[in-house]
Design a binder for this molecule. Structure first.
Ligand code: ADP
Length: 371
């Protein structure tokens, strides 16, 4: 078995998981980095702590989750100085996320100089989206100059879930078309054709697409001009508003769907509307991707909401029987792997995602290592 350490560095946290083959031998979370009373003063101290607590004997690779791969990183990539520079050059595309991954890489290379390290990009799975799917209707020279296009995120999750869905159906991934719905705090939809992403709802950043815990999702850009010009808000404030104070939180005051669901059941008007807006947006993307794919073998729900909320799954797909999409209420309540009735045209699946396992597997593959 090959040991792989997976690191997911955020600006104030480091999540880690040590794999031996597909098995987890250690995992944990270092939180509130740099804050008073936090677990560590900086990323260096965080990683030193992880290394002191974890037996890294025989470690064959470190896999880093990197949010933004820009236009060029379409594959997991073995890290060297040149790769670090290229990842650094992408900071302007993901100023909120990329610097943390970079400090994780820098520190891990310093502390584990003899262990090969691999960058696994959230965007990479979407590199197969065709030009008509990633191009926005603006001057191509301007788009090229500023690297403006749809990149998409949650790629490791969509890749993992699409493949697992094919396994659940007992069919080769290359023959299966799936709409994957990753519904967590962040949320995105993806159209996967024969194992390849051909459309996804997040864009240049993770702000586009579905309504999320604290992000607005897709919004007419004029709202931003209007808030700036007419309401007088500075651009940075509008960014914070749309990324951290919008979505379910903005609509209802709660970003956790469990709270929204229980308030909705109690008849709270804001929670009812928030839930309906959240669901309506998912349905619009399902409809769009039915048209993009033509034939859909399965719709797969994943992540915190997708795996745990029968209400969201039911509301998302209700009334679609004429399209060959239906749910079995007993299977849905039990979150069975297949929650549709037998024999339908489109299976509906609940597939627990495992981004860290996917990162470990992709890191091994990039280095030509076996499990
Ligand atoms: P992240 O995107 O941070 O990885 P998760 O995928 O863990 O988040 O999803 C977290 C969200 O899942 C929570 O905010 C909550 O809204 C939702 N969730 C978790 N459990 C349930 C549940 N039983 N019912 C409804 N929603 C749930």
């Amino acid at each position: 078995m090959t040991r792989v350490l997976v690191l997911n560095c955020g600006s104030s946290s480091v999540k880690y998981r040590l794999f031996d083959g597909a098995g987890t031998v250690a995992k944990g979370l270092v939180q509130r980095i740099g804050e008073q009373g936090g677990d560590a003063a900086d990323h260096l101290a965080a990683l030193q702590r992880i290394m002191a607590e974890t037996d890294l004997d025989g470690l064959a690779a470190v896999g880093h989750r990197v949010v933004h791969g820009g236009p060029d990183f379409g594959e997991p990539t073995v890290i060297d100085d040149a790769v670090v520079e290229r990842i650094e050059a992408l900071v302007p595309l993901a100023p909120l996320h990329q610097p943390a991954a970079l400090s994780g890489i820098e520190v891990a290379r310093k502390l584990l100089p003899s262990v090969p390290q691999v960058a696994v990009f959230d965007t990479a799975f979407h590199a197969t989206i065709p030009p008509e799917g990633f191009t926005w209707a603006i001057d191509p020279k301007l788009a090229e100059r500023w690297q403006i296009r749809r990149y998409g995120f949650h790629g490791t999750s969509h890749a993992y879930v699409a493949r697992r869905t094919a396994e659940i159906l007992g069919r080769p991934p290359a023959e299966v078309n799936v709409i994957t719905l990753h519904l967590g705090n962040g949320a995105s939809a993806c159209a996967v054709q024969g194992g390849r992403s051909i459309a996804t709802s997040m864009g240049l950043s993770p702000l586009d697409g579905l309504v999320m815990g604290t992000r607005s999702g897709a919004i007419d850009p004029t709202v931003i001009f209007h808030l700036h010009r007419v309401a007088g808000l500075p651009i940075d404030e509008i960014e914070t508003l749309l990324t951290r104070h919008a979505g379910l939180l903005g609509l209802t005051g709660d970003n956790d769907l469990r709270a929204v669901e229980s308030r909705r059941e109690a008849g709270d008007a804001a929670a009812i509307l928030g839930f309906d807006v959240y669901i309506r947006r998912i349905r619009e993307y399902v409809g769009a991707y039915l048209a993009v794919l033509g034939r859909v073998d399965a719709i797969a729900f994943t992540a915190g909401v997708g795996e745990n909320s029968p209400e969201v799954r039911e509301a998302t797909l209700s009334g679609l029987e004429p399209l060959g999409i239906a749910l079995d209420p007993v299977r849905n309540a039990a979150a069975a792997p297949i929650i549709s009735p037998d024999g339908g045209r489109t299976a509906v699946c609940v597939v627990p995602t495992d981004e860290e396992l996917e990162i470990a597997n992709q890191s091994r593959a990039a280095l030509g290592l076996h499990d």
